[in-house]
Design a protein around this ligand. Sequence first.
Ligand code: APR
Length: 247
Amino acid sequence: MTVKRAAELLSSAGSGLALTGAGISAESGIPTFRGEGGLWTKYDPVKVASIEYFMADPSAYWTASKERGRVALAATPNPGHRALTALEAAGHLVAVVTQNTDGLHQEAGTRTVIELHGSGRTVQCLDCGHREPRAAVQARLDSEMPPRCLICGGTFLKPTVVLFGEALPQAPMQDALALARAADVLLIVGSSLVVYPAADIPAVGIRAGARSIIVNAEPTPLDRLADVVIHGRAGDVLPEIVDLIGG
Ligand code: APR
């Protein structure tokens, strides 16, 4: 019933907007942060993913980030990512706003992806600004800890992601809020919706009159405001919605 209702809402959407979190990449093998088996149930985020921690000791940061980097670089899009690409191609979504830094939406062929928390696919030297692919830095981690800048030799190579304690880049956030205000349907997938300001986006859209659909493995604080709530796996539910719409 609810999947059918979600398909009905999306099939008539003209300015639909998707907001995604770590849950959509869980079936690609990348652990989420919260909920069952989440990274933050094992590590203290302030201790391993804050700008303060990075600046204090880049090698400790890279040691903690090494395994997650390997998993994220090896990951490929799953049916959940591809279903959003199909919904965009069919004109039901104008964009995907994501909290994820894994680049899997782009790899799945989604044209308009707004990355609120940056991209984990690039690394930048904080001394000279030189950028290089994460994959190249990842390959050096067995022999070089912390990794050094190839240009200036500096040891403050930081992934171009937003760490705790850092401000979000303004432009993607403003773009996401504007799209949320203009959205007729919001599709919120795989996020615990407890991290701000990202979690403001669906609230702004709902207040502006958008209908909302939540697809998440566990309950979220926004469930009570949503029109349709589906507690399930994105990789199962989203393709089913696309099939019902006839994508
Ligand atoms: N399908 C759908 N939902 C899933 C799946 C799945 N296969 N697997 C897990 N989930 C749900 C979990 O139940 C959880 O509620 O996805 C949600 C993921 O929530 P978080 O781990 O909190 O991820 P997210 O909301 O993206 O976190 C926001 O917090 O740690 C920071 O910067 C990080 O971008 C991240 C932000």
